[in-house]
Design a protein around this ligand. Structure first.
Ligand code: SF4
Length: 87
């Protein structure tokens, strides 16, 4: 199932809890903003948004990471485009 994951860089304060919870999918860029990683894609892009294939376990971890964000800067959309976090 493909999910869209979006970081709002205006909300991100670089607290890095998302990186701690889910280092496979988040990293900080040089501006101390979270970017979205896809471990299945070997690219140099460091985007604030990606649509990617996630297993149920991966999706659950990603939601935990989003929940850990103190400013709720991470948005997750299901394959139908419905926002599933924040609810
Ligand atoms: S937890 Fe939130 S504020 Fe912290 S780096 Fe991740 S997206 Fe940014």
């Amino acid at each position: 199932m493909k999910y869209r994951v979006v970081v709002d860089p205006d909300l991100c304060i670089g607290a890095a809890s998302c990186v701690t919870v889910d280092p496979a999918h988040f990293a900080l860029n040089e501006e101390n903003k979270a970017v979205v990683l896809d471990p299945d894609v070997q690219d140099e892009a460091r985007p604030y948004e990606r649509t990617m294939e996630l297993s149920e376990d991966q999706k659950d971890t990603l939601i935990l990471a989003a929940q850990s964000c103190p400013t709720l800067a991470i948005f997750i959309y299901d394959p139908e485009g419905k926002q599933i976090f924040p609810e």
